[in-house]
Design a binder for this molecule. Structure first.
Ligand SMILES: [Cu+2]
Length: 341
């Protein structure tokens, strides 16, 4: 076989480089993702074998008839043994086709059945209501004791060893929930509740991405998913259910006052304060998140300054307006947000 030359090798390497990491269709860190990947592998193998066989027949036929011309055709003698061989070959081929199709059907059936029963082991269930907004994710964690419910945004923590039920809603247009390392895709549809089940198999940090074009900033609508060990998850839950404390540091306190008295609080909620806006990400524990603006920027002081100074420069068209803070106000508000651990 001819060796792959570099110009062919490079794109191949680029494609395969996409097969590992925090957002990959080759991921097997969730039960559904592993099941779907296994089915995909079976389909590739079966269809690959048939493709190779058909190509082989095609080339064999071409090879045999090289230089064939109608006017030079000799009278062919009918050789009975060749007829028998051809008939046998035809039956073998039909058997192979039927067998191959049956293998695909049976494999699809069992994958489908397994996906339909996500919790045969009766594991504990975590329940999250996830609402898509242009262009961020609002999450409400629900508990049997509703007084423990809390809200967060753009980042989900879920525990290993449990089944997470996510109820998907949309506030505006159709979005799609897609965390390929963990599971398949499911749409978020206005006026309709969909659901998807996550059964993580490995702790780690994964990336989700809205997978249904939803307007200008669709590409900047990502979601951090952290699969925690049960102990880490319990710690995270305990921290999230705490309301925020009023800051004591003077600069952060000035930021708190600005936040509560000016526009910020009309859109954003900070639990335990007068800020109760419902149309923007909950900021109660914003400092504990890895990214801001739905995965657009890493959550650093620099990013917070950049975002609050000019949200439209970073994510043009998004629903947080330019607010014209002066330098002191900006320093103060960022200092306040950084206390929201
Ligand atoms: Cu989208």
């Amino acid at each position: 076989m001819r060796r792959l030359r570099p110009p062919l090798l490079l794109p191949l390497m680029a494609v395969l480089a996409g097969c590992s990491g925090i957002q990959t269709i080759g991921g097997r860190e969730g039960r559904d993702a592993a099941l779907i990947n296994d089915l995909f592998t079976i389909f590739c193998i079966v269809t690959g074998i048939f493709f190779a066989a058909i190509m082989a027949f095609l080339f064999a036929a071409y090879w045999r008839r090289r230089g064939w011309r109608a006017d030079r055709m000799p009278d062919e003698e009918v050789v009975p043994s060749r007829h028998r061989a051809l008939r046998l070959g035809l039956f073998v081929w039909m058997g192979a086709v039927i067998g191959g199709l049956m293998a695909l059907a049976v494999a699809s059936f069992f994958t489908d059945r397994s996906l339909a029963f996500p919790n045969p082991g009766r594991k504990p269930v975590v329940s999250i209501e996830l609402t898509g907004y242009q262009w961020w994710w609002d999450a409400k964690y629900h508990f049997q004791d509703a007084s423990k419910d809390f809200r967060t945004a753009n980042a989900l923590h879920i525990p290993l060893g449990a089944v997470t039920m996510i109820y998907l809603k949309s506030n505006d247009v159709i979005h799609s929930f897609w965390v390929p390392n963990l599971a398949g895709k499911q749409d978020l549809i206005p006026g309709h509740v969909n659901d998807i089940v996550l059964v993580p198999a490995k702790a780690g940090h994964y990336r989700g991405q809205c997978a249904e074009y939803c307007g200008l900033q669709h590409a900047h609508m990502a979601l951090d998913i952290v699969v925690d060990s049960p102990a880490d998850y319990a710690r995270w839950l305990a921290a999230q259910t705490q309301p925020s404390a009023t800051p004591t540091d003077p600069r952060a306190l000035a930021g708190y006052n600005y936040f509560m008295r000016r526009q910020c609080s009309a859109c954003h909620t900070v639990a335990g304060t007068p800020a109760g806006g419902q149309v923007a990400p909950d900021l109660t524990h914003v400092a504990s998140r890895a990214t801001i603006a739905a995965g657009t920027l890493p959550n650093t002081s620099g990013s917070l300054y950049a975002w609050i100074a000019d949200p439209q420069g970073i994510k043009p068209g998004n629903n947080m307006p330019y607010l014209g803070l002066n330098a002191d106000e900006l320093h103060a508000v960022v200092a306040y947000l950084e206390t929201l651990k």
